[in-house]
Design a protein around this ligand. Structure first.
Ligand code: COI
Length: 357
């Protein structure tokens, strides 16, 4: 399929952020977006157009029944000015897994990568130069058919928008405070937990807001049956360092198979740090804390990359993880991943995909 381009005139281009050290997360967008429609049983009319509001029927099915999925990946500027995507095929593979779960028609993963590269050729000058900043890529599919009966839509819009971003959490790479949620849950077996569905994020808002009001950056979700096995944070997968071993929840269908999560596994193994996937009871974490064996905790995700956790609160009791600072394992993983992403370390695993310009 040929990608049609209808670009803005030079005089219509937006002003780019002047100070890249002040970029927040997800509040600025580039000049163009990629779009493609699905109707009559096929994806059609791939195109790159001006970034602009969408027009749709108030009866569009996404607005009523939340039939929408998304992805998140990042594009980095390397020291030689080349634009580098980090493991983009993994994201498009997961996009299709999400599509399958939400009855959305599948996409051609290689075509999506081609479309993204084409968009980056148009808006690549928006990829920040500042260390710690990058261009966040948000592919999204929404159900657009105007229809009020509950069934899968027959029409969809797929779009990709680009956002120059800094750190996800306002303090950057600094220990965050996490509230362990023991009442609300994120996902039940058979639910949406393993895919990137907008609905999962909507259902996480209330509990997250309650925790934010009492001073916590994020929630750590527990399993929905016994309310004791740690799952994930929502914006990242969680890892605990106990007895110098990294422990994280297994992919049992209720947590997201993070691309950064799987990258952490490989990088850790190459650094001779043991990683174990197992059901981890919150009480086991408390015991490890009490006996001095819990040295670090961190989250990993595309938006956050690696985020150290300094404080946990469970059942109204707050405790410090390790000495509350960034631990050595967390720091090593961060340095290794960020080094690869920004082109300061050699990519021996074939994770970087360059955008030829
Ligand atoms: C990401 O890490 O890309 C995410 O999708 C998490 C969040 C920003 C929704």
């Amino acid at each position: 399929m040929e990608i049609i381009k209808r670009l803005r005139l030079q005089s219509q281009l937006k002003e780019r952020p002047k100070d890249e050290t002040k970029l927040g997360f997800g509040d600025k967008f580039t000049d163009h977006m990629f779009k493609m429609d699905y109707y009559d049983g096929a994806w059609r009319q791939p195109r790159i157009e001006a970034y602009a509001p969408l027009v749709m029927s108030p009866a569009a099915m996404v607005l009523h029944y939340s039939q929408t999925i998304f992805e998140g990946l990042k594009c980095y500027r390397h020291p030689d000015d080349r634009l580098a995507l980090f493991r983009p095929r993994e994201n498009f593979k997961r996009f299709n897994q999400s599509a399958d779960r939400l009855c959305v028609p599948p996409i051609d993963e290689e075509f999506m990568l081609k479309a993204l590269k084409e968009l980056l050729r148009v808006d690549g000058h928006w990829v920040p130069k500042q260390p710690g900043a990058s261009l966040y890529v948000r592919p999204t599919i929404i159900a657009t058919e105007p229809h009020l009966g509950v069934r899968p839509s027959k029409e969809y819009l797929l779009y990709i928008i680009l956002s120059p971003v800094g750190a996800y959490y306002k303090d950057g790479f600094a220990p965050i405070r996490i509230y362990v949620e023991s009442f609300y849950t994120r996902s039940a077996p058979g639910g949406l937990g393993a895919v990137k569905a907008g609905a999962s994020y909507a259902s996480s808002l209330l509990a997250t807001e309650k925790a934010a009001r009492i001073g916590y950056t994020q929630l750590l979700w527990l399993d929905s049956i016994e309310h004791r096995y740690v799952e994930e944070v929502g914006s990242m997968n969680m890892f605990f360092v106990i007895d110098q071993k990294i422990i994280t929840a297994p992919l049992t269908g209720t947590i997201l198979p993070g691309v950064t999560r799987s990258s952490v596994f490989e990088v850790a193994r190459d650094l001779d740090i043991e990683v174990q996937e197992k059901l981890l009871d919150i009480n086991e974490i408390l015991e490890a804390k009490a006996s001095g064996r819990l040295s670090e905790a961190f989250g990993a995700g595309t938006a956050v990359v690696i985020s150290p956790v300094g404080t946990l609160c469970y059942k109204e009791k707050e405790f410090t993880v390790g000495d509350g600072q960034v631990g050595p394992i967390t720091q090593k993983l961060y340095d290794e991943l960020v080094g690869l992403q920004y082109g300061h370390k050699k990519d021996t695993r074939g994770w970087i995909e360059f955008v030829d310009r």
